[in-house]
Design a protein around this ligand. Structure first.
Ligand code: NAD
Length: 452
């Protein structure tokens, strides 16, 4: 079956020297699935799988802390816990998913390549892998070089628990990624920036490889000031914890800009993270110097710095940037046009709430739109008049945790989706199977046509 073989002398770094082999026969996919069924579903029961993850939990928390300064509760919620949930869901349902329907057979796409980003370096590597395995694919994972401790953990841990002929981790940076892109894959599943997404898509054209692109963008949140003061407080709390309590703003689903009462947000920051934010263990660090400098230079634009209404302090040594709120920064500033991917939150004031629809539509389609309102007419208008990967009312990011909802973008925020059964579909081809008898030919099928 499809196999990924690394040469003995392969280096797991930039300039890696690897050889890939992808051979399969027509009867192999089901055999392959059976093998996984035995491996994942039957011989090892669910308890064992969960036990296996637990065995490495402390290691996982340690590498995520080293790479991103994430608190273990945050790491459990956003990486370990969500993976255990997805694994359990996949193990419960994959037999049903793979059962051929009368005329359609879900066929594995073969050997797939998974690129992940650094902000959820564990979850974004393993969540697609769960889908790939349940669909019967083999996979190469290329984790992000910017979360080196997690990348090296994956390279060490995966061979301990999985068949290395079927699942391989190849570590490295851009040059390794470029070499991998030269190969022929059944699918490329990419999580990362739009800029690199374009590179992936153009490399995929060489072999007409299908791609799933999980990209980012600027996610807006619309805040209806007609909400009661109690609801407004809850909304501000949900926004603030999603923004600064989830990789400190370095998440694709973070609120990028919103319309809200600033005082409520300020109170919520203080209540959640305390007075001394630089010392708070609940706020992740900025991943590295490169991103720290990028965020600092966004703040240094004079028009932008004048719009800071809360926070703004930074500490280069600790890679710390305080939760920062900016009110109506210049429309043409980079902050307003590019994805922020950090702890800066923009507030855009509009004349009335209905204007938010035109504002959102004047920009590239976002990965998510959040709307805090009880107005059903406004909800209907947002759903029908805007386009985005998803819409959530009265909360932030929660749809990411659901196995029942497809997760993915549209337009510039991505192509394709995954999670739950959608992951299985992402790594499968629905093959149409038509079976005919040898009798009953329609007379008009064959020439000469002028006989009719
Ligand atoms: P990135 O695009 O810089 O890197 C992603 C992957 O691409 C990494 O594995 C990297 O090694 C590889 N890569 C980098 N340059 C490459 C090149 N020239 N050729 C081939 N491969 C290359 O993204 P990032 O900085 O790791 O992550 C941040 C971005 O990811 C943000 O835009 C964010 O919105 C997005 N993101 C999206 C999701 C999602 O699920 N939609 C989740 C997390 C992050």
């Amino acid at each position: 079956h499809a196999a990924v073989m690394a040469e003995d002398n392969a280096e797991d770094s930039d300039g890696a020297n690897f050889k890939l082999q992808n051979e399969r026969t027509s009867s192999e996919p089901l055999k392959q699935r059976l093998e996984y069924e035995v491996r994942l579903g039957k011989k090892q029961n669910h308890g064992t799988i969960v036990g296996t993850a637990r065995e490495q939990e402390d290691q996982i928390f340690a590498v995520l802390y080293e790479d991103l300064g994430k608190h273990r509760v945050e790491s459990y919620r956003d990486e370990v816990g969500i993976l255990l949930k997805s694994l359990k869901n996949s193990l419960t349902h994959f037999e049903k998913w793979m059962t051929p329907k009368k005329v359609m057979l879900p066929e594995p796409l073969g050997l797939v390549l998974i690129f992940s980003a650094w902000n959820f370096p564990l979850a974004l590597s393993l969540e697609p892998l769960i889908g790939a395995i349940s669909a019967g694919c083999t996979a190469v994972i290329k984790p992000s070089e910017h979360a080196p401790a997690t990348s090296s953990f994956l390279a060490r841990a995966i061979p301990r628990y999985m068949d290395t002929k079927a699942i391989k981790v190849i570590e490295g940076g851009v040059s390794v990624a470029e070499q991998l892109l030269q190969e022929k894959w059944g699918k490329i599943f990419f999580t990362g920036s739009r800029q690199v997404g374009r590179i992936i898509m153009s490399a995929a054209t060489k072999h007409l490889t299908p791609v799933t692109l999980e990209l980012g963008g600027k996610c807006p949140a619309v805040f209806d000031s007609r909400l009661s003061s109690l609801d407004r407080k809850m909304a501000a709390k949900r926004i603030s914890v999603a923004k600064w309590g989830c990789c400190n703003g370095q998440a694709c689903l973070d609120v990028d800009y919103l319309l809200v009462e600033i005082d409520l947000l300020k109170q919520s920051i203080r209540r959640t993270y305390g007075e001394n934010l630089a010392e708070s263990e609940s706020i992740a660090k900025i991943v590295n110097k490169h991103h720290f400098k990028r965020l600092r230079s966004l703040l240094e634009d004079p028009g932008v710095s004048a719009s800071v209404v809360h926070g703004g302090s930074i500490d280069e040594e600790k890679l710390f940037i305080e939760p920062t709120i900016l009110l109506d920064p210049p429309v043409s500033s980079e902050l307003m046009t590019e994805e922020i991917f950090g702890p800066l939150l923009l507030i855009v004031t509009l004349k009335n709430i209905e204007d938010s629809i035109a504002f959102i539509n004047s920009r590239p389609k976002p990965l998510a739109i959040y709307v805090f309102t009880k107005d059903d007419r406004l909800k209907r208008r947002v759903v029908s008049e805007t386009s985005s990967g998803s819409v959530t009312f009265n909360d932030v990011q929660l749809h990411y945790f659901s196995d029942e909802l497809p997760f993915g973008g549209v337009g510039e925020s991505g192509i394709g989706s995954y999670h739950g059964k959608f992951s299985f579909d992402t790594f499968s081809h629905e093959k149409a199977v038509l079976r005919r008898h040898f009798f009953m030919e329609p007379p008009a099928r064959y020439p000469p046509w002028n006989d009719f």
